[in-house]
Design a protein around this ligand. Structure first.
Ligand code: ATP
Length: 332
């Protein structure tokens, strides 16, 4: 089992309140991603669950048991860090076996668990190397291997892919998704990268200044953001926000339209000029300066051939316009 619940979890460092009061229920086997901008408290929340920080008040339950005051070792959770935290002088085998040795398992038991983990992670031929002789991706797999052999109730990942280059991040992301599919163990994954969140999570928890803004599946958050913050954070490039007359005419303080829900039409839309065209091949992102709706990001197919200085007219797809009230909440 690997059910984790937070009940009114509050964390303050002295007078600084980092997490004012978090409530969350994570189901056994879920892949949960904590996402939010730098400094929003994602790592702090993860460290509270791991027991690396003490809660100021509130409770953390694992499978119904209150572990708020339990030492990290009593929580049966395994944490994987961005920095890998491997022992440089030990072989991969010894690094992976380390928690098993500490737990007093016999050398034979250690070896069979190390072999099983190495097989899952494609590390079998690297077991006699030292971390310094491995690539960044391989090192991260060793760190994950060390977590796997402990057979934890849940895995906690703190920005594990941040030190890897873009291509390797994509590969490792897929490997972690596959690992979750194989092990079916609860995973909580912290990232500031909304693409990682969207592609990996069963449910995403969006954090802002220590508050949980919204919890939902990636498609839920994309199609039904609860407020301006979530609407602006989920989706790349970011949603366009328009205030003033265009919003007021739709009964809102702000309207939001994603770049993929704006079309370049021959006439009748918001007239403007292309200020910038970013050609990605498959798509082009246009920055269009309009009188009526301000500067808009518009996604068009790459072959449209629009470029800097072109005069265009921009039309929103009516059923993809989000409306927000004065307090930033999404309106129905
Ligand atoms: P990042 O993506 O940059 O790692 P984060 O969302 O993980 O950010 P945290 O590391 O959880 O953010 O930090 C949240 C806030 O808590 C920050 O403003 C940070 O300065 C503060 N903080 C963290 N640890 C301490 C501490 N020991 N004492 C005081 N403030 C702290």
């Amino acid at each position: 089992m690997g059910k984790i619940a937070l009940k009114n979890v509050r964390k303050a460092f002295g007078e600084f309140v980092i997490v004012p009061g978090a409530n969350l229920e994570i189901d056994d086997g879920e892949f949960i991603v904590f996402v939010g901008p730098s400094g929003c408290g994602k790592s702090t929340l993860l460290r509270l669950i791991a027991g690396l920080e003490d809660v100021t008040s509130g409770q953390i339950l694992i499978d119904g048991r209150d572990v708020s005051d339990a030492a990290p070792s009593e929580r049966k959770l395994a944490m994987v860090f961005q920095s890998y935290a491997l022992y440089p002088h030990m072989s991969v085998r010894k690094n992976i076996a380390f928690p098993l040795k500490m737990a007093g398992l016999s050398p034979d038991e250690q070896e069979s668990k190390v072999q099983a983990a190495a097989k899952i992670l494609n590390l079998t031929s690297y077991l006699d190397r030292r971390p310094g002789q491995l690539s960044g991706g391989q090192r991260q797999r060793v760190a994950i291997g060390r977590a796997i052999v402990r057979e934890p109730t849940a895995f906690l990942f703190d920005e594990p892919l941040s030190n890897l280059d873009a291509a390797l991040r994509v590969t490792m992301r897929q490997e972690i998704i596959e690992l979750h599919q194989n092990l079916k163990t609860t995973m909580i994954y912290v990232t500031h990268d909304q693409i990682e969140a969207m592609t990996m999570a069963d449910r995403i928890v969006v954090l802002n200044a220590g508050q949980i803004e919204q919890v939902g599946s990636p498609i839920d958050l994309y199609s039904r953001p609860a407020n301006l913050f979530v609407a602006g954070f989920i989706g790349s490039p970011r949603m366009n926000f328009i205030t003033g007359h265009e919003a007021a005419s739709r009964g809102a303080a702000t309207i939001g339209i994603r770049p993929e829900h704006l079309d370049v039409v021959s006439e009748g839309g918001w007239d403007g000029v292309v200020a910038l065209a970013e050609h990605l091949g498959s798509d082009t992102f246009l920055r269009v300066k309009t009188e009526a709706a301000g500067t808009l990001t518009v996604r068009v197919p790459g072959e449209r051939g629009l470029t800097h200085g072109d005069r265009v007219s921009i039309s929103p797809r009516q059923h993809n316009i989000y409306r927000f009230s004065e307090d930033g909440k999404a309106m129905q």
